[in-house]
Design a protein around this ligand. Structure first.
Ligand SMILES: [Mn+2]
Length: 170
């Protein structure tokens, strides 16, 4: 199963539209981790499962989502409510409470993924305003199998970044 994850587009609606068009029928799930700065009833969110971020003021957004797939239970939150700037301890409690195999978040605009105690934590970075040591505008696709997660980060040209591919055993 493939899950496409994007975050922190900050008003850049067009790239979300392009991503959804480019990857329709190629992934099983589109997820936006917040700070889209779009209205919560934007038609794009019939495609993307979305949460609200600290820059989303529309009351129609949920703060957290739990998505069930045949292989995973995916916890999604923007991250500001889980203090992800200060590490993953709080989000790990929330993910554990929800029996999640994957925790997705954004907020820091920094690309990152790791597996701790059989749970994948992933930040797709920002598709518009990257920060931190890896200055690349990015989104991620998680390819989930029963044994592994393989993560590939992509750029705005829909091409994979050769140096941003990761594989983890479950
Ligand atoms: Mn943001």
């Amino acid at each position: 199963m493939k899950y496409l994850v994007v975050s922190d587009s900050h008003g850049d609606r067009q790239i979300l539209e392009e991503i959804s068009r480019q990857f329709q029928n190629k992934v099983d799930l589109f997820i936006h981790c917040g700070d889209s700065e779009l209205p919560a009833n934007d038609p794009l969110f019939e495609i993307f499962q979305v949460v609200g971020g600290n820059c989303d003021f529309d009351a129609g957004y949920k703060e957290r989502l739990v998505l069930q797939t045949p292989l995973d239970r995916i916890y999604v939150t923007h991250g500001h409510l889980s203090n992800v700037r200060f590490g993953l301890s709080q989000i790990s409690y929330e993910a554990a409470e929800n029996d999640a195999t994957i925790a997705l978040f954004g907020h820091t605009h920094q690309i990152g993924c790791e597996v701790v105690q059989h749970r994948l934590y992933l930040n797709p970075g920002s598709i518009s305003q990257p920060r931190g040591p890896i200055q690349k505008k990015a989104f991620a696709i998680i390819d989930a199998s029963p044994e592994q997660w393989t993560i590939q980060y992509y750029g705005r040209d829909f091409q994979p970044y050769g140096d941003l591919k990761f594989s983890f055993d479950r």
